[in-house]
Design a protein. Sequence first.
Length: 129
Amino acid sequence: MKNNERYTGQGGITVIAEIDSAVNTQELYTLLYHIGDNIKTTPVIDFEKMEGLHFCRWFIIEGLVDATGCTFSASLVYAAYYDGTAKYHLNELLNNCLSSVKLIYGYCKEFPVGAAATNEAIIIILKKA
């Protein structure tokens, strides 16, 4: 409960983005391990600034094959639980960690770059993924 016993809604989001096959996936693994191994001190993501965040994690899925033999490209997965709405959470993530989000998702297909990488454009891509 927050704000004088008023209920604050909670939500969760899972974003799955295809990793560009032209990039070195090992570099992305190294970046994500660095974040995870230095959770309190990493300059990459400052989780302490994100007031509504309960939990989040990025991880990579590789080598998936379904029952019919269809293979799937390597993907970056982001899962988070937070107070508020998905839009509020994604805005909080981008407002506090924009350069880091651009760095992490720079390994993925269809992620906007340069001047096109506005908060609005990134949120659209993350919600679509």
